[in-house]
Design a binder for this molecule. Structure first.
Ligand SMILES: C[S@@+](CC[C@H](N)C(=O)[O-])C[C@H]1O[C@@H](n2cnc3c(N)ncnc32)[C@H](O)[C@@H]1O
Length: 240
């Protein structure tokens, strides 16, 4: 079949600096879209919940336990975890669409059938994506800090998100939180401690000991922070 010359081709590349560049081109169109460093999750265009996919068409075996990474960015963490733990399914939620497109391309290039990335606003879409007791683990790692007081409503971990996770997670499911910003790490930990369905394994108000994550692979942000000799604050909780 002859290709319609007016159909744009989308080519996603990652530069040496780690920046994702999307080229859209055909005979009439040639444009280069850079991936924004931060997007405002409260903007109107991110306010509509997406419909859940047919999970049995996404994963080769939907009966495997599901691990969720919220704010998966370039997706390298679950890309590696999905290969380290082939008996699990891994799902990344990310609000910057070009990153998600590239992640799913890499997933397909590697032929991984236990890994998937979805473009969505996790705060808006998570509740409708999964059902009660369908989630076995969740990670929120180095979320955007939104330092200004009036912008803190944009932070990913909010009481509503924690309540949604309490609904979706199976009993005893681990919750792993990390940030290099003390204030953000404390804020995330506090929101989970404020929900009666979660218990902080290090004791209320404490961060976790590094040694309790035997299978952990550093995220991209984590590697960058650690290579600069900066601290990482971690909380490890469980769904009761
Ligand atoms: C600083 S990055 C951290 C990426 C990765 N977790 C790591 O540790 O390397 C935070 C990511 O969360 C994404 N994000 C922010 N708010 C989000 C939301 N409401 N839903 C989904 N993703 C979100 C951002 O676009 C960004 O890619």
């Amino acid at each position: 079949m002859q290709q319609n010359s007016s159909t744009p081709h989308k080519i996603v590349n990652v530069t040496n600096a780690g920046e994702v560049v999307v080229n859209v081109s055909n005979e009439n169109v040639s444009r280069r879209a850079r991936v924004r460093e931060h997007v405002n999750p409260l903007a109107k265009k991110y306010s509509v919940a997406i419909a859940p996919p047919v999970w049995t068409e996404i994963y080769a075996d939907w009966s495997k336990p599901l691990s969720l990474d919220i704010g998966s960015a370039r997706g390298r963490y679950i890309l590696q975890m999905s290969q380290l733990k082939p008996d699990w399914n891994f799902l990344g939620l990310e609000i910057r669409e070009p990153l998600v497109d590239r992640c799913n391309e890499v997933r397909d290039e590697l032929g991984l059938t236990n890994l998937h990335y979805i473009f969505c606003n996790a705060n808006v879409s998570l509740a409708g994506l999964l059902t009660k007791n369908s989630l076995h683990e969740v990670t929120v790692q180095f979320p955007d800090p939104w330092f200004k007081r009036r912008q803190q409503k944009r932070r990913t971990v909010q009481p509503e998100l924690v309540a949604t996770l309490a609904e979706l997670l199976v009993p005893n499911a681990p919750v792993f939180l990390q940030s290099d910003i003390l204030e953000v790490a404390e804020d995330m930990r506090q929101h989970f401690e404020d929900n009666e369905n979660f218990i902080n394994l290090a004791g209320k108000g404490n961060f976790a000991d590094d040694t309790i994550f035997p299978e952990h692979i550093p995220t991209e942000r984590e590697s960058s922070v650690l290579s600069q000799g900066l601290p990482v604050y971690r909380a490890y909780l469980k769904r009761k």
